[in-house]
Design a protein around this ligand. Sequence first.
Ligand SMILES: [Zn+2]
Length: 402
Amino acid sequence: MRKIDLTNFQVATSETARHINRRIALNIIRRYQPMSRADLARRSGLQRSTVSAIIGQLIAEGWVTEGASPISGRGRRPRFLHLNVERAGIVAVDLRPVTTRVGLAGLDARFLMQTAWPTPDTPEEFASELARTVASFRSAHPEIVYEGMGVSLPGRVDPAGRLVFAPNLHWGPVEIRQLLESAVGLPVVVENAACACALAELWFGRQPDDVRHLVAVTVSEGIGVGMLLNGQLIHGSDAMAGEFGHVTLDEDGPPCSCGKRGCWERYASNSAAVQYYQGLVGTAHMPSGPSPSAAAPTFTDILRLADEGDALAIKTLEHMARQLGIGLAPIVTGLAPQVVVIVGEVTAAWDRVGPIVLDVVKRRTLPSNTAQIVPTDPATQPRLRGAVTLVVQQHFGAPQVA
Ligand SMILES: [Zn+2]
């Protein structure tokens, strides 16, 4: 139960019940489509007349479409309700320090178009580049109603839409939502990438309907954590909740982009793995391996080398796996999630990495901890899908009351 916030509440009006029932109906159709009005009345417990009124409104607004039953024969054929996934065009943006990926999706998070470009150095150049991309989407798909834009990024954004923390992006505080809204002319939702991924797992993932406590961990240049507890994203004061990546493991450890030393992400991120690998190569004097003077390997190179049997690359991934487990254990113990999803390139090597992660977590947590630690499928583009979810949940989420 939540205490009523006397500084920010909404009283119920005659519209409130209708609004709530409408959202419930829309979600039941999304989940069980195609379905008849009778099915909807049965599943929701609403009166048939109420169902008819709600469906009439949802059809008029284009959220739901009605098609004939595939069953032929005599008698009255029930018409089946579907979610109109093409109603809304959603622009999804996965902003990362090196590359930005932009997609155009419907309400089902399937992408009609995608493009990627190098991330510019400043938020202003980024906004201009994004405006050009959205213009190209609009000219390719003029028939779509553009509903909004979701942006997932490696940082934290406060409720006013101000970027307050983004050490790996090297952007200072900026009114990011306002900047992007005026550049592209659409409503914009900006959210931490891990939080967006956690939402995407809830709305589009393979998790059962009863999952209410889920943590998403993005492993890339740094490490981000998004927490969904009791079905709600946790933002904390100044929107900084989830910064486990910057929890100090060793005060004398390697310097971190946040200004401190020895943060978890300095041991378990992709960039930490690249540094660790370079350290191994530098001391190994392997005539067959890449020489220390060769171009710096990327994390993708390390994954490939490990696949090819390179002993140092394999050692690097095993080290990274142990470090991931060390940081995940307090999350599992302290938050007691049902599921922890891992997002990032490292999931491609989960056969090698996963068992080590699970073993370390098991040794460092209580026997009663039952959290499932699972990799996401990179083919689903979890970060981009997370950006779609930011807009989808605005139309399908539970209404805020009281
Ligand atoms: Zn740090």
